[in-house]
Design a binder for this molecule. Structure first.
Ligand SMILES: NC(=O)c1ccc[n+]([C@@H]2O[C@H](COP(=O)([O-])OP(=O)(O)OC[C@H]3O[C@@H](n4cnc5c(N)ncnc54)[C@H](O)[C@@H]3O)[C@@H](O)[C@H]2O)c1
Length: 333
């Protein structure tokens, strides 16, 4: 089986590639081994893409890396040919950046996905796994979203992800393409670009700096280790039903203030290092996923406890300054 992974040099996509190629510690427990004949990564290497994320598998002869834009129809057409499966991670992924400027989000997330879907349709690719997000559902005060919940995204990021998510499902309904969509909650773990809250806070704290806490700190997110997200995607890739959506979550719901407390403790810092800042515009209050479907149909359950996962993650950032220091120093516009 030949698998094309878009955005495979990013945070989650690179974990998926490391997992597919069986990096020790990266093999997913509870997921049947894939042992692919080849894994191609198509990645533009934007500010958040980083070839160093693929260092552990760099010398694997099954890996091919192509630097290219998913919006470039000619490149996409050439790369998609000969693949049995596409797992589509490539996206502009940071909500704050989408508030500052939505254009790259619409271009990459919507047009890029459509370009990939068209190429997959032309080449008769076996399965297209579209990696979406729980943010497409909007915000929920009580209870949890099932997959049939209407989409009501609030940020330009989540609106562009909702557009691509619905396009992928439309290609299944219209053209009969073998599409599966996954919608996951907030991820944490190693190799996450240090603009996202956990690596930003940890790296700032390890550097002796302060951390910015939005608004009243009461916004609630469901946190899941990136490895568990990738286990869920692997199950959807291998056993999911065509045309179906699978929520992946079931980590732990925390307010941003609670999360901040855990990170301060893990880094040996006090609340004097926290600077309250004006809330994010349109900040969703709470995300919460119902994962009954993926649990019952595909046998998925998260495997990494948040306390252990956070401790391992903080340790990884302690041990890998050489990975994140240049990223914090470089301009990312
Ligand atoms: N991070 C989360 O908590 C989370 C949760 C649920 C879903 N997701 C989704 O998972 C996917 C991966 O997220 P991430 O956190 O790894 O993001 P990331 O920003 O770390 O990685 C995105 C990758 O896509 C590449 N890319 C961007 N634009 C491209 C383009 N036009 N052509 C080719 N490559 C391009 C980047 O270079 C980078 O390697 C995204 O689709 C995101 O919406 C993320």
């Amino acid at each position: 089986m030949r698998i094309l992974v878009t955005g495979g040099a990013g945070f989650i996509g690179s974990e998926y590639v490391r997992m597919l190629l069986g990096v020790p510690g990266g093999t997913a427990s509870g997921v049947p081994a894939v042992d692919p004949a080849g894994v191609t990564v198509l990645d533009k290497l934007t500010y958040s893409g980083n070839l160093a994320n693929l260092d552990p598998v760099r010398d694997d002869p099954r890996l091919r890396f192509v630097q290219g834009d998913i919006c470039d129809a000619a490149v996409v057409d050439e790369v998609v040919a000969g693949h049995d499966v596409i797992v589509h991670f490539a996206a502009e992924s940071h909500v704050d950046r989408s508030i500052a400027g939505a254009a790259p989000f619409v271009t990459t997330n919507v047009l890029g996905t459509q370009t990939l879907l068209d190429a997959a349709l032309r080449h008769g690719t076996g399965r297209f796994v579209h990696v979406s997000t729980d943010e497409v559902y909007g915000s929920i005060d009580e209870g949890s979203w099932t997959e049939t919940w209407p989409l009501a995204p609030n940020s330009p990021y989540s609106a562009s992800k909702a557009g691509s998510d619905l396009l992928a499902l439309a290609y299944h309904r219209t053209h009969g393409m073998d599409v599966v969509v996954t919608r996951c909650s907030n991820n944490y773990g190693p190799y996450q670009f240090p603009e996202k809250v956990i690596p930003l806070f940890v790296s700032n704290l390890l550097d002796g700096g302060t951390v910015p806490l939005y608004g009243d700190g009461g916004n609630i997110r469901d946190w899941l280790h990136v490895h568990d997200h990738c286990r869920g995607i692997a199950l959807a890739q291998q056993k999911g039903r065509a045309g179906e959506v699978y929520n992946i979550g079931g980590g732990t719901e925390l307010t941003n203030k609670e999360l901040t407390g855990l990170l301060l403790e893990a880094c040996g810092a006090g609340w004097d290092r926290v600077v309250p800042v004006t809330d994010r515009k349109g900040h969703d209050r709470r995300y919460s996923l119902d994962i009954t479907k993926i649990n019952q149909e595909l046998g998925y359950a998260p495997s990494i406890d948040l306390t252990d996962g956070l401790a391992q993650t903080v340790q990884w950032y302690r041990d890998n300054r050489a990975w994140w220091e240049p990223l914090k120093a470089a301009p990312t516009a």
